[in-house]
Design a protein around this ligand. Structure first.
Ligand SMILES: [Zn+2]
Length: 218
């Protein structure tokens, strides 16, 4: 099943297939992909920096620029904003937070993959939960069966929060997890969201594979 193309309302996508068949020795979890700062050596820090660049995480770009440019290119009338409470679980949020459910959903609406995630949440009823409390770890997100948690305190801005929703929902969409291959597929969807296209270049794929291998703890 995993080798087949995956069908969805928008057509057929070979996203999970783009990294071939998952290997037998699946033994990592996405929760392990980030490490405590004190555990990082210089080499790892450089890798993290490179990774941040790849995923556009180091740009403190203005959200308004980001959406405006996109809306201009597709025509603003084509965007239907989904109701945040239909997409995400949250019990209110701190007044001073910059990360809000509404802004996350707006970000999701800016790419095909983001829209697909919104649609999938609507159909499956699997809503990621925004956790605003401080955590002892620095993971962005986590999936445990049907619970998808987004750790807002470990996330810098709405753009990364939206990427994290895409990552965690991708695990559920394809019923994958617990291996490097799954991580690669989830990261691929994040990257395609950022680039707002439905494919990755071979260079990007290679980089993701490298990233996943590098950051896996056994
Ligand atoms: Zn993951």
């Amino acid at each position: 099943m995993v080798e087949e193309d995956f069908k969805y309302s928008g057509g057929t996508v070979s996203a999970p297939g783009m990294f071939g068949t998952p290997s037998e020795d699946c033994n990592c979890r996405c929760a392990l992909l980030t490490r405590a700062r004190w555990a990082l050596d210089e080499d790892e820090l450089n890798t993290l920096k490179e990774r941040a660049e790849f995923f556009g995480l180091d740009k403190t770009e203005d959200f308004e620029d980001y959406t405006n440019n996109y809306l201009e290119s597709v025509g603003a009338d084509k965007v239907n904003y989904a109701k945040a409470s239909d997409i995400l679980l949250y019990r209110g949020y701190p007044v001073n937070t910059i990360i809000t459910p509404e802004a996350i959903v707006e970000h999701l609406e800016t790419s095909e993959i983001g829209k697909r995630v919104i649609e999938y949440i609507g159909k499956s009823g699997v809503k990621p939960q925004l956790v605003y409390e401080k955590q002892w770890h620095n993971n962005r997100g986590e999936q445990q069966r049907n619970t998808k948690k987004i750790y807002v305190n470990n996330i810098a801005n709405n753009k990364i929060a939206a990427q994290t929703v895409i990552h965690e929902i991708t695990h559920h969409m394809y019923n994958i997890g617990g291996c490097q291959w799954a991580e690669a597929v989830c990261m691929a969807n994040e990257k395609m969201h950022i680039e707002r296209r439905s494919y990755l270049t071979s260079e990007e794929k290679r980089y993701i594979v490298k990233l996943v291998r590098r950051h896996t703890l056994n």
